[in-house]
Design a protein. Structure first.
Length: 90
């Protein structure tokens, strides 16, 4: 979470100074699928599985926030990911 957000910034990765990181729920089944695939990008199959899991996570997150009227920009990122992705504008 950011206390201040600079919406004129073209690159969300530099649009604010991070104050807080919110941990999401555990996705145990996704973890099991990831572990069976053999790692992040060891093979083409592993890369495909990783992309699939990221897409499913983003869709799940979007569904969860659609229940609320939020007038703030929403971005999502993953550990060691650069840049973050803006998924909703204010």
């Amino acid at each position: 979470m950011c206390e201040e957000y600079y919406n004129m910034e073209d690159d969300d990765d530099w649009a604010c100074e991070w104050e807080t990181c919110l941990e999401g729920p555990s996705l145990k089944r996704f973890n099991e699928i990831y572990n069976v695939s053999g790692g992040f990008d060891e093979t083409d199959v592993a890369t495909g599985v990783t992309i699939f899991l990221i897409a499913r996570t983003i869709v799940s997150f979007l569904k969860s926030i659609s229940n609320y009227e939020l007038n703030i920009p929403i971005c999502i990122g993953y550990h060691d990911q650069d840049p973050i992705m803006r998924i909703k504008k204010d």
